[in-house]
Design a protein around this ligand. Sequence first.
Ligand code: NDP
Ligand code: MG
Length: 383
Amino acid sequence: MTKQVTVLGSTGSIGTQSLEVIRAQGYGVSGLAAHKNTALLARQIEEFHPRRVAVADEAAADELARQLQGLRDAPVLLRGVRGLAELAAAPDADIVLNAVVGIAGLPATLAAIESGRDVALANKESLVTGGRLVMEVVRRHGVKLLPVDSEHSAIFQCLQDVYAEKSLQKILLTASGGPFFGKTREELAAITKEDALRHPNWSMGRKITIDSATLMNKGLELIEAVWLFGLSPEQIQIVVQRQSVIHSMVQLTDHSILAQLGVPDMRIPIQYALTWPRRVHGPAPELDFTALRTLTFDVADEETFRCLAACKKAIRKGGLAPCAANGANEEAVRLFLEDRIPFLKIGELVEGVVESDSFGGEYTLDDVYECDAAARAYVLEHL
Ligand code: NDP
Ligand code: MG
């Protein structure tokens, strides 16, 4: 039987690359979901013939309904946040690839797992905001959570050897350092969104590109790694690797280090999440060491890039502190992209929210949404 994949966030950077991998592997597409981009979604429907589609924005859903009128074998159209979760739980997918951006991806991650589906997870915000809840349902339903994020895929790949997994001592989480590596706070004060949207090694969606510039992305990834690999934050060391060729490393108890390398191309980790545990030929090019020549290593500057320091503080505090950091960041990035706050303000707001409460203890899904809303309100009150 052909593997059936549902892609949530199919119109985005990861979503479109996932469809490239699916096309190359000859997999079937059981479902597609987007927020508003109905023009691209309609083209994807035409090519992949999913049985169901979901559109989060109501007006966009109406627009797609008009476009689908009269189409033979038109997919069932699901709407809104609930529609996305319904699609994620639909029975015909073997695996759900969640490439939605932000906390908006959390309900679909939970719905997919609760319906017994394996999840290929690009949406790191699911684990950052509701990590305990997500890992609980993963255990309860015995499904596989396969990382798509390149660093976490690298770590996962290094841990396929069961003896390596048992003797894992720490993770060396690599970071490109972003477009502003080496800059001082004074130099960062005047950064515009155009500067910040230019990433040296990866072409990605706007939100994660800003997160890479502030190093919030590395903070989110540290939290993601804590949940995925069951480690303490102290067991994760950030290593700046400017060429983005070493995608991360694991250190074992005998102090051996295993690494996964390759060109910076998200189709490699996307494909591994979909073909795991098999390795197959893929569309990404080879890494050419004769052209590469050097690999460099540096220390991340947490004094300048406060988002990273704030995320470390948040995961050490535990409870909903990472959720608050994420909510504040989503809101602050939105404001930065609207030219309403300067670049450095993003870090100040994320750090401010993490320090505003203790956030400790157990939580429910309702608590997650409440905390997210409170963090966003904090940002708007502290402009
Ligand atoms: P994009 O902004 O390119 O795409 C986001 C996708 O999510 C789009 O399909 C968008 O639909 C959809 N979407 C946005 N908001 C909602 C919503 N409220 N409800 C439902 N769907 C929504 O993001 P990326 O592809 O760059 O990133 C996706 C996720 O993957 C993020 O969590 C990111 O951190 C993670 N990731 C990305 C990497 C990359 O290289 N891009 C690398 C590693 C992780 P529409 O187009 O209609 O707006
Ligand atoms: Mg990453």
